[in-house]
Structure formats: C-alpha cells, structure tokens
Design a protein around this ligand. Structure first.
Ligand SMILES: [Zn+2]
Length: 128
C-alpha cells in the first residue's frame, strides 16, 4: 500500500468520514455508525464481533495515551510543585469523557486500520 493511500485512509478517519472514499455522513448522530457508506457502499460494520471489540480497544488505548501525555506534560510544566489534585480529579474526569468523545473516531480509525489489511472489494470512486 502506498503512503499517500495510508495517509488518506487515516486522514478521512480523523474527520469521521468513510476511510475508503471520504464520503459522509457515515454516522447517525455521535454513536451510531451506518451499515454502509452512502458514497462507495463500503460495509462499515464489516459484520464481525471482533470488529466491535477492536474499536473499543482502540478507544481505550487512545484515551489512556491522551491521559498519559497530559499527565507527563503537566508534571514537566509544573515540576517541582505539580497540582496533584488537578491531576487526580482532572484525570478521572478525562477518563470518563474521553472514551465518549473518541468513540466515533475509534470506529473510523479502526476501520481505516482494517482497510490497510483487508482492502475494500471495490476501489473508491473518483473525487467529486
Ligand atoms: Zn465510502
């Protein structure tokens, strides 16, 4: 797979668009992904249990990475007197909010990941 195709897949995923063609909308609301892309017809659920679990795992890992990055960033910026209360309660709030915010992105990013290893049967239609 070419690098430009790889960047396109993940770039579209980060915009909550179909990773395959950039089509939208592929969500009904924030949480419900449609069955198929309205533009290229890509099966968005890909019909497997493992797909859901993969997206959830992606979601949890993303939330933890953001927490770790913020935690280390705040520690480094405020050392030797870090705001421990803010880190504790802010971290707890973040771990509750982040998975909700990341949810649709975890679906599209995991879908992009999946497309890298299992390309769509049909190539994406030309832009326009
Ligand atoms: Zn599409």
């Amino acid at each position: 797979m070419r690098l430009s195709r790889l960047l396109a897949l993940f770039g579209r995923a980060l915009l909550r668009r179909c990773p395959n063609c950039g089509g939208r909308p592929i969500f009904d609301g924030w949480f419900r992904i449609r069955d198929r892309c309205p533009r290229c017809g890509l099966e968005l659920q890909r019909g497997e249990e493992g797909y859901q679990v993969g997206a959830y795992m992606f979601n949890i890992v993303a939330a933890e990475l953001v927490f770790a990055a913020l935690f280390v960033g705040v520690l480094m910026a405020t050392w030797p007197d870090p705001p421990w209360d803010l880190l504790l309660y802010g971290g707890m709030a973040l771990m509750l909010v982040a998975p909700v915010v990341f949810y649709p992105f975890s679906k599209t990013i995991f879908l992009a990941f999946d497309l890298v290893f299992r390309p769509a049967e049909r190539p994406p239609p030309p832009p326009g």
